[in-house]
Write a protein that binds this ligand. Structure first.
Ligand SMILES: Nc1ncnc2c1ncn2[C@@H]1O[C@H](COP(=O)(O)OP(=O)(O)OP(=O)(O)O)[C@@H](O)[C@H]1O
Length: 270
């Protein structure tokens, strides 16, 4: 078990604030499916504004961890907390973004974005303002009246992201959100996530199979070990601000930690 209490080393500009109350915390969390343990004794905390990636071989329990944070699964042992409150189910303080876009095909971009506000019966002026602010934030300004079938894969994922952000969650839980888009779009979306995170200060738990994606995006990378019930090694990433700069993909620190993680994965037999 690795207990991580502090965010990555800080430099000027946007970086996680060191607050007493973590945005997300796992305290000795364990989970078994029908008596078969998948996670055991997992502890970590994530600060406000921090982005953590979870990397690891297929079946090691990454999605299970995210589902516990989302409140879709209850831990078999231990406790998971969001903003110091025990997670007992899904809630508006957490937004989940999946690989599939999960948009409503019969609704426009704007209607998709404000879905949670419509369900909550928010006034029309607020819904209109949120739709245009979120469309702007994710780079969909001008497409508010378009339908999902009129959008590219990357634009659909932006719309899905805007819909989650419209609910103003303090924690975003992202399960391989860019796995289905082409490489160039994926890199652009990674940069957008970092910009949005800086603007909204939301915390992000990001699941990926890509070392490059994990290193580029993260303040910390948790590399889950093969067959070790969710035990992970932690890598801290310290790259210059603004973090979304594509230049960081060539930075010596990026290349060094990428190699370190790659070697650790190879040693683990990934
Ligand atoms: N609902 C379930 N019932 C029983 N076993 C499950 C269930 N969901 C997942 N598992 C098992 O738990 C283990 C962890 O699954 P999980 O989906 O969390 O892994 P993962 O690391 O996200 O994998 P991948 O990278 O392939 O998505 C796997 O062995 C999987 O088969």
């Amino acid at each position: 078990m690795i207990l991580a209490e502090t965010p990555a080393a800080t430099s000027a500009g946007r970086r996680p604030q060191r607050l007493a109350r973590p945005a997300l915390r796992f305290d000795s969390v364990g989970l078994s499916y029908d008596g078969r343990p998948v996670l055991a004794d997992i502890s970590f905390s994530m600060q406000r504004g921090e982005l953590i990636s979870v990397l690891g071989p297929s079946g090691c329990g990454k999605t299970t961890m995210l589902n516990i944070a989302a409140g879709f699964l209850r831990p078999t042992s231990g406790v998971a907390l969001v903003n110091d409150r025990e997670i007992v189910g899904p809630g508006p303080d957490r937004g989940v973004v999946f690989q599939s876009y999960a948009l409503f095909d019969w609704m426009t971009v704007a209607q998709n974005i404000i879905f949670s506000l419509t369900c909550a019966g928010r006034p029309e002026a607020e819904r209109r303002e949120t739709a245009s602010r979120m469309a702007e934030l994710v780079g969909l300004a001008g497409f508010e009246s378009a339908y999902p079938y009129q959008l590219s894969g990357g634009m659909r994922q932006r719309c899905g992201l805007a819909r989650v952000l419209a609910a103003n969650p303090s924690v975003m839980l992202m399960d391989e959100p860019f796995a289905a888009v082409d490489v160039q779009t994926r890199e652009t979306l990674q940069e957008e996530i970092l910009r949005i995170r800086r603007q909204t200060q939301c915390s992000v738990m990001f699941i990926t199979h890509s070392i490059d994606e994990a290193v580029f995006l993260s303040d910390r990378v948790f590399l889950m070990r093969k067959g070790q019930l969710g035990r992970f090694d932690e890598f801290r990433i310290d790259l210059p601000e603004p973090r979304e700069s594509a230049e960081n993909r060539l930075h010596p620190s990026y290349l060094a930690v990428r190699e370190e993680i790659y070697r650790a994965m190879r040693e683990d037999g990934h």
